[in-house]
Design a protein around this ligand. Structure first.
Ligand code: AKG
Length: 278
């Protein structure tokens, strides 16, 4: 096969799987997302797949040992009253199963439908809310952690077990992404509790295998896990590679990996031996 054939093959692939020709979201899904700032995709993974990923995360949590990521604003001063949140950043660096999941077309097609043809990884996080005392997340926007000029950043929370209300499921304020960046408080950038109580927000109970996609401007949080089972999820944060970060405080391993499409402006890698002496 010569170079000409290869180019033709590339074009053919684009015509078959290319973003311009394939509708990524239904009209209904698109309208719902534009209006509400989030989209609940039911059954993105099968129950068996969700169970496999769940086990991977629980095995990982065991290898890592206790790591509590409870937000400072909800951490009780009294150790006996403390809640717990097991956490790992950049899970795909710990288990290859998650590398595959990040580029699973069932996942990336929805992300493309929201972000556009090119979807770039920002970071991933595992959260396991342990039974009976799994920490809540105060209501917040993700914006202050990694502000971007064009607000293309979205999160997807993929559920590996059922998350009913009593497990501390995700809660959102529908349409709040239209308010733009809000003034946040404290080290963890939460919103005032009296204006945005967790229990006052809309609960989105989810099933194992569901994914919830949302804008980084959407006001969201989640309650305490009071149930007798863990709530197991990963959160994938993604953006359009052409968007412009307003600061570089939040860097992560794997940031910049393309999950779908291309990076139209990625600079060439510079090898150490190519750098000019200062
Ligand atoms: O997993 C959840 O319940 C919410 C996580 C979240 O809001 C975050 O990490 O920003």
């Amino acid at each position: 096969m010569d170079v000409g054939d290869l180019a033709a093959l590339g074009k053919k692939r684009l015509a078959v799987g290319g973003w311009r020709l394939v509708k990524m979201l239904s009209t209904e899904q698109n309208e719902f997302y534009q209006k509400n700032g989030y989209l609940h995709v039911r059954g993105m993974l099968t129950a068996a797949e969700a169970a496999f990923y769940r086990q991977e995360l629980h095995d990982l949590a065991e290898r890592l040992g206790e790591r509590d990521a409870t937000w400072s604003s909800v951490k009780s001063a009294e150790p006996a009253k403390r809640t717990r949140l097991m956490h790992c950043h950049d899970v795909q660096f710990y288990s290859a199963a998650f590398t595959s999941l990040l580029v699973d077309p069932r996942f990336t097609r929805i992300a493309q439908g929201i972000v556009g043809p090119n979807v770039q990884l920002h970071h991933t996080k595992m959260f396991i809310k342990p039974p009976e005392n799994g920490s809540p997340f105060p209501m917040h926007q993700d914006y202050p952690y990694f502000p971007h000029k064009h607000h293309s950043m979205i999160a997807a929370i993929i559920h590996f077990d059922d998350a009913p209300v009593e497990k501390g499921c995700l809660r959102v304020v529908p349409g709040s992404h239209k308010l733009g960046p809000l003034e946040a408080i404290g080290q963890d950038h939460h919103l005032p509790e009296d204006q945005y109580p967790i229990d006052g927000a809309l609960a989105i109970p989810a099933k194992a295998g569901d994914a919830i996609f949302m804008s980084y401007l959407l006001v969201h949080g989640s309650g305490l896990n009071r149930s007798n089972e863990p709530r197991t999820t990963i959160l994938v944060q993604m953006r359009d590679p052409a968007d412009v970060p307003l600061n570089n405080k939040h860097s992560s391993r794997g940031q910049g990996m393309m999950l779908a499409g291309i990076d139209p402006q990625r600079p060439d890698h510079e090898f150490a031996w190519e750098r000019k002496a200062e």
